[in-house]
Design a protein around this ligand. Structure first.
Ligand SMILES: Cc1ncc(C[n+]2csc(CCOP(=O)(O)OP(=O)(O)O)c2C)c(N)n1
Ligand SMILES: [Mg+2]
Length: 748
């Protein structure tokens, strides 16, 4: 196992060091610049006064002379080791969890929270707070300890209930569940990617609301991330975009411990991470000793990062996983309790009482009380500023307050387009564009874009400005249209970050089939209650010639199966309006719009209000013998099939079911009106039939992948036609002749 290599040359070189703080240099420079602060023994040491003053004076010589004083004392050292031991105690008590990352990352977390992060534990939702994201979420014992010490509503008993049912301290951080947790993390790569969204949000809010003398928004986004996060593709997508967007207030600390579950990172992760990040447009720094309880080098690096305002910064911090444990530096300490003997050993090594658990020395409590007070005061000062802002800019202040409350602008519903059957047939993606053109100007919290399919997804409204660094002259930070590039997964994760920031309704777009590229993040939209609008076009075999690679046969089934997700497949203009309205008013739920490439007629009886109930009767018929149910582009097939059946003396009624989740939430009496008992149901959808057995006795749809060809021919090949539906209806009636028809709504 590679532990931090002791430096062979402890003499700092001021000139080289100064350069290293603004730009990543070859390791030799950096190692020498920071090695002075290193614990050469590899073991922790108490910060002595002489060491501190020496480090401090060296700090001044290695950085620009006006750097704010950043010194640490013995209480800081004790705090860092207390954090390490508390996290290890939590894992030990839970008999499961990850002690290694918290013990290794404690100096970084302490430095950030004690010296940099402005947050008010008494009001975790203060809008201009600095955001902290633990992207290596398996190390969450660390985050819970920090939140506890800072005075968030997280007690010592909550720490003791780590990973237990019903606790505030679940096995990975869950946004909305624990006060102070900004983002759900644990699926590696998500945290850093959504943090890019947080940083975009800050830049946009600042450009929109700040006025001379009123820096309402200037918060930083700090991230700790590990090897796993940097290995994940989603992180590359989002970090690449962050570099392009020049998000200078995004600062990521990389827990460079050379260890992951399988062992040393030598096994499969040997790239030069800093070089990669630099090529993405990031500023990079290296701290060669991240273990020290005198973490001045980390503090200096963060200070240096803050000075670079046109690039995000990655600080690669060399740490030792499980620092203090006898298993330090080994993968064994990644994800198992230390065990009683090793835990006692660690406490002893780190200068704490080996016989005590969950100990917090009074001096550490006192230190954190000061940090908390500083955060409370920071918000108070901001509140005073905001009061003055209200006087100076009353309209902007009211607008900001509205957005923070999550209230939609007055009169928005009236702006949604309405259609009649006399209107010309048009693709539902185009109807979505019409809607965006009608509402986007009046809905400033709407921000998003497409993964390089703007012309296909039709998501850019006529008056949109791109969100771009002003220096590029391609747009500005007040712009609301994001050019995500072909980065579907990063795009969805970024939207989660925008939503988590507050005051936004983010949207993103691609072909429906590529929602599966984004699945890691779309799942977290649902779990974390992020209101993200997914505009997913080319929603069936109806996309035609691009063929089965692009035809989303199973995608809607997955999304429909995901809890807290609204999936809409609207059939025409009124249904598109209904779908958007339902999504805009579902403030804690993501929505997916499955939209067509091909034109649809506006149907008699179609209803925006009906969509908000999930399903409704499009055309009723007395003494009906069969119900035809469809969604999206196939609803008109059901209407035509009903007419054909009528010619044959068979009475059919037609139901539109654009959103299963909303329909399932209706009272049973309403559901019974839509699907009356005793009448067989036949469904039609140009997708896989999976799932339709919930409502239908027979289904017209796909039983395998689609095919490449002009859409009408592809429909014909798979029998998704008026004739195919008529035949299926006839067969269904024949099957049930003289037999009872089971009620599909009867579920135990
Ligand atoms: C997307 C995803 N894949 C796999 C895992 C399981 N997992 C949790 S931690 C981990 C290793 C991560 O290594 P690193 O980030 O270096 O963490 P360290 O061991 O240094 O704490 C893995 C594979 C996960 N949480 N998320
Ligand atoms: Mg690691």
């Amino acid at each position: 196992m590679s532990a931090p290599a002791p430096s062979s040359d402890p003499t700092p070189e001021p000139a080289a060091a100064t350069m290293s703080l603004t730009r990543q240099r070859p390791r030799s420079f950096i190692a020498r610049a920071f090695s002075y602060f290193k614990s050469h023994s590899g073991l922790p040491r108490r910060a002595s006064t002489s060491q501190l003053s020496r480090s401090s004076s060296t700090a001044a010589s290695t950085c620009s002379s006006n750097m704010s004083a950043t010194t640490f004392d013995a209480t800081d050292a004790l705090a860092i080791n207390t954090i390490r031991c508390l996290a290890a105690d939590m894992v030990q008590k839970a008999n499961s969890g990850h002690p290694g990352a918290p013990m290794g990352c404690a100096p970084m977390a302490h430095t950030l929270f004690s010296r940099f992060i402005r947050c008010n534990p008494r009001n975790p939702k203060w809008i201009n707070r600095d955001r902290f994201v633990l992207s290596n979420g398996h190390g969450c014992a660390l985050q819970y300890v920090m939140l506890h010490l800072l005075g968030y509503d997280l007690s010592m008993d909550d720490l003791k209930a780590f990973r237990q049912l019903g606790s505030k301290t679940p096995g990975h951080p869950e946004a909305g569940h624990t006060p102070g947790i900004e983002l759900t993390t644990g699926p590696l790569g998500q945290g850093i990617s959504s943090a890019v969204g947080l940083a975009i949000a800050e830049a946009h809010m600042a450009a929109t609301f700040n006025r001379p003398g009123f820096e309402l928004f200037d918060n930083y986004t700090y991230v700790i991330l590990g090897d796993g996060c940097l290995q994940e593709g989603v992180a590359s997508e989002a970090m690449s975009l962050a570099g392009h967007l020049q998000l200078g207030k995004l600062i990521a600390l990389y827990d460079d411990n050379h260890i992951q579950i399988d062992g040393d990172t030598e096994l499969g992760f040997t790239e030069d991470v800093c070089k990669r990040m630099e090529s993405y447009g990031w500023h990079t720094l290296v701290v060669s000793d991240g273990d020290s309880t005198n973490p001045i080098a980390i503090a200096q690096a963060v200070e240096a990062a803050k000075k670079v305002t046109d690039k995000p910064t990655l600080i690669k911090v060399r740490t030792t996983i499980g620092f203090g444990s006898a298993k330090a530096g080994q993968e064994k300490v990644h994800g198992s309790p230390l065990g009683a003997a090793d835990l006692a050993h660690a406490k002893k090594t780190l200068g704490l009482n080996p016989d005590e658990t969950f100990q917090v020395p009074q001096s550490v409590r006192d230190l954190f009380a000061k940090i908390t007070a500083r955060g409370v005061a920071a918000e108070e000062a901001w509140n005073t500023l905001f009061k003055q802002y209200q006087q100076a800019h009353p309209e902007l202040a009211a607008e900001l307050a509205r957005r923070q409350k999550g209230e939609l602008p007055a009169g928005l519903k009236e702006r949604l387009p309405k259609y009649t059957p006399a209107d010309a047939p048009v693709a539902t993606r185009k109807l979505s564009e019409n809607l965006l053109n009608a509402v986007a100007e009046h809905l400033p919290e709407l921000m998003g874009g497409s993964a390089d399919l703007t012309g296909s997804n039709l998501t850019r409204w006529k008056t949109a400005t791109d969100f771009q660094p002003p220096a590029t002259k391609l747009g500005d930070y007040a712009g609301r249209y994001l050019r995500f590039g072909v980065r579907e997964h990063g795009m969805a994760a970024i939207c989660n970050g925008l939503s988590a920031y507050g005051g936004f309704i983010p949207f993103c777009a691609t072909f429906l089939v590529f929602a599966q590229y984004a699945a890691g993040a779309t799942r977290l939209s649902s779990l974390s209650h992020h209101q993200v609008l997914y505009v997913m076009t080319h929603d069936s075999i109806g996309l035609g010639e691009d063929g089965p690679t692009h035809q989303p046969i199973e995608t809607l089934a997955v999304l429909r199966a995901t809890p807290n997700t609204l999936v809409f497949r609207p059939a025409d203009g009124n249904e598109v309006s209904g779908a958007y309205w339902a999504a805009l008013t579902a403030s804690h739920t993501p929505s997916v719009f499955a939209l067509s490439r091909q034109n649809v007629p506006h149907l008699e009886g179609s209803s925006a209000d009906g969509v908000t109930r999930g399903g409704y009767v499009l055309s009723e018929a007395k003494n009906a013998q069969i119900t035809l149910v469809g969604t999206g582009t196939e609803l008109s097939l059901a209407v035509d099939a009903a007419k054909k059946l009528r010619e044959q003396g068979i009475v059919a009624r037609v139901v539109s079911l654009p959103c299963w989740q909303l329909f399932d939430a209706q009272p049973r009496a309403y559901q019974d009106e839509v699907f009356p008992a005793g009448i067989p149901v036949v469904s039609v959808e140009a997708l896989g039939v999976f799932g339709w057995e919930r409502y239908a006795h027979a289904s017209v749809g796909l039983h395998g992948f689609g095919a490449s060809g002009p859409a009408p021919q592809v429909y014909k090949q798979f029998g998704i036609t008026v004739e195919g539906l008529v035949e299926k209806a006839q067969a269904t009636l024949k099957y049930f002749a003289g037999k009872p028809v089971p009620n599909k709504l009867d579920r135990i």
